[in-house]
Design a protein around this ligand. Structure first.
Ligand code: ZN
Ligand code: ZN
Ligand code: ZN
Length: 371
């Protein structure tokens, strides 16, 4: 979150498009606090603490950032974007926000605003209808511009380097615990230029059958699968990749399933074209896995959008009829999980472009033997 673009023109443009959406949706005021919509529209990531920071965006008129006085030095007022309104320790910031929003009938609030802020605002705003800001900001945030795609590409390349190191056996596995390997992946994520590690899942053998397994004290043995799913935030944008390696010669049952997984993942990536619905991308991976008889073992959606957040719209899931647009960035990560035995997942980040799917990850997609 340290490297938001500093050119005010970007935020002027984003805010003007936000106001078009507010007009269409009859939203009078947009209230954004902690979370990613705030830096997306202002360049400032609020400290996620108890003191209220709130960007108040009226449909007409200037936006105001209400901010704790002691944090005001972190932000520079941006002409045409927002003005600053610092509040002192003994003032009531909710009253200030309520005053700035006075007369609004419909107010959209950010998903990640603390519940306490909203609860404290409610008595000041009787009769106001509240909606989710994701309907206003989400479509904009989904369609990444060139700078955002470049940031996602750079973050992807950084984790690909680590995947390559893993596949070349440069990260020791056998005899170490999952937690030790997870810590090493995390260290390398930072070394490769990320400002933050978001997760480093390491799951060995039967643990890999739990998609979001928490790396623990399980020691990695010879002749088993090791699933590594890791990513972080680099220059404000996220990376996320999954590769599996095998600590020995791959057994026939695992090899057979992996061939299906690989094929399913390729089908999902290929389906990720402009105009295809999110659910059709999900169906593309699922069909391959279903047809091979592993359908019951694919227990999650195909993927999620990615950008300033690891998981954001659009979600690649049955029921999401949203057609992909140029600039939509998302993961394609089918998995096959056989409880008590093993699990596997293969994940790349893909951007829909007018020229077809652009794959942001390039490390080897096969099940590499690291024995
Ligand atoms: Zn996940
Ligand atoms: Zn992942
Ligand atoms: Zn993912």
């Amino acid at each position: 979150m340290t490297a938001q673009p500093t050119d005010p023109a970007i935020y002027v443009d984003r805010l003007s498009r936000i106001r078009v959406a507010m007009e269409e949706q009859q939203i009078d005021t947009l209230l954004l606090s902690v979370g990613h919509d705030l830096p997306y529209l202002s360049g400032y990531p609020a400290m996620p603490l108890e003191r209220l920071t709130m960007l108040v965006v009226p449909r007409d008129g200037d936006a105001t950032m209400v901010i704790p006085a002691l944090e005001a030095p972190r932000v520079t007022e941006q002409a045409g974007v927002f003005g600053l309104l610092p509040w002192g320790e003994t003032e009531d910031p909710t009253a200030i926000v309520a005053k700035l929003s006075a007369g609004s009938k419909r107010i959209a609030v950010g998903d990640q605003m603390w519940a306490r802020f909203l609860v404290e605002l409610l008595p000041h705003m009787r009769g106001v209808e509240f909606t989710r800001a994701v309907d206003v900001v989400g479509p904009l945030r989904m369609a990444k511009d060139h700078a955002e795609i470049a940031a996602l590409t750079a973050a992807g390349a950084a984790v690909d380097k680590i995947a390559g190191e893993l596949q070349r056996g440069e990260i020791e596995l056998i005899g170490r615990t999952e937690a030790q390997v997870s810590a090493e992946l995390s260290r390398r994520i930072l070394l490769e230029g990320h400002e933050k590690v978001n997760f480093a899942i390491v799951a060995a053998g039967e643990n890999a059958a739990s998609p979001h397994h928490h790396a623990g004290s399980r020691v990695i043995e010879p002749n088993e699968i090791v699933l590594c799913d890791f990513g972080g935030t680099m220059a404000g944008y996220c990376s996320d990749t999954t590769r599996c390696v095998f600590t020995g010669e791959v057994t026939p049952d695992v090899a057979e399933a992996y061939a299906v997984l690989h094929e399913a993942q390729r089908a999902g990536v290929t389906a990720g074209t402009v105009g295809t619905t999110c659910e059709d991308v999900d169906r593309a991976t699922r069909k391959v896995i279903d047809d091979a008889g592993f359908g019951d073992y694919f227990i999650h959606r195909t993927g999620h959008g990615i950008g300033m957040e690891e998981h954001e719209d659009p979600y690649i899931v049955e029921g999401n009829t949203l057609p992909l647009e140029a600039g939509h960035a998302f993961s394609v990560e089918p998995g096959i999980y056989v409880p008590g035995k093993w699990g596997m997942r293969l994940e790349d980040i893909v951007v829909a472009t007018p020229d077809g799917p652009l794959i942001l990850n390039s490390s080897d997609r096969s099940l590499v033997s690291v024995a």
